[in-house]
Write a protein that binds this ligand. Structure first.
Ligand SMILES: *[C@@H]1O[C@H](CO)[C@@H](O)[C@H](O)[C@H]1NC(C)=O
Length: 254
């Protein structure tokens, strides 16, 4: 029995180590040919998309007209991310890169989030941004260190893969615009508040109360603010206001 227990805990350790080292090296695999334009209609499932016949590839597979030309309407937290990934340009498949335009309202923010598969390099086209990221739990001297900067037009900043980061427009009168390149054809994004307090179904408030070391009521309050997606976007938290809480309060009882 003891031997079984120790071999199963060894297995668990091995799985955990594999998971951790996989995360540490998560990035798009290198291409094995000039290009592999995604064939979105293929029923074959691979990592990414299978290649379209190269004889049928043309310039339009690497192009999207006016993709990032216009300012966007910003959401509840005052931003709008327009991401051009492999879903918008099929030619990005296997190339490990994508691009985004981010519009910020005055005092708007792109809230704390991470990209599980990409490092991001960002430049400011218009306005000013206060940006930052937090390092991971390890190693000890660098534990959860916060690195931040105020960026002006033309400045460039890097957010390392997987780390929680944000951008905030500190100007109460002027919008800001940034362009970011990301090292994945499909970087993915996890918005921290939405993932933690707005998951579907919700994470148990017992779990979150202990994790955050607060009363369950505090967690219930936060979960209430994130409970239903509004215009497809859950970001907003306290910005949603009391009217909304009253409106949804009746059916959220823990
Ligand atoms: C982003 O902007 C576009 C175009 O202005 C708009 O259709 C879309 O709803 C906006 N997205 C969010 C999340 O606000």
């Amino acid at each position: 029995k003891d031997q079984m227990a120790s071999s199963s805990s060894f297995l668990l350790l091995a799985v955990l180590l594999a998971l951790v080292s996989w995360q540490a090296t998560a990035s798009d695999p290198s291409p094995l040919q000039d290009f592999c334009v995604a064939d979105m209609n293929s029923p074959v499932r691979v990592n990414g998309f299978v290649c379209k016949n190269p004889m049928e590839v043309n310039a339009d597979n690497f192009f999207k007209a006016a993709a990032l030309d216009k300012p966007r309407v910003t959401n509840k937290v005052g931003s709008n991310v327009t991401l051009i990934n492999v879903m918008q340009i099929a030619g990005l498949n296997t190339l490990g890169i994508s691009i985004a335009r981010i519009d910020y309202a005055p005092l708007g923010q792109n809230p704390p989030h991470t990209h599980p598969r990409a490092t991001e390099i960002l430049t400011v086209l218009e306005g000013t941004l206060y940006v930052g990221f937090v390092t991971s739990n390890q190693p000890a001297p660098n534990r959860n260190k916060f690195l931040s900067k105020v960026l002006n037009k033309g400045d460039v900043f890097v957010f390392p893969a997987g780390l929680i980061h944000f951008q905030f427009n500190p100007n109460p009168h002027k919008p800001a615009v940034a362009i970011a390149a990301l090292s994945s054809q499909n970087p993915g994004a996890i918005t921290i508040a939405n993932a933690v307090f707005g998951s579907d179904p919700q994470i148990s408030d017992d779990v979150l109360a202990k994790a955050f070391q607060v009363e369950k009521n505090t967690i219930d309050w936060l979960q209430l603010l994130y409970v239903v997606p509004i215009d497809g976007y859950q970001g907003g938290g306290a910005c949603l206001g009391l009217g909304r809480v009253a409106e949804i309060g009746t059916h959220v009882v823990h």
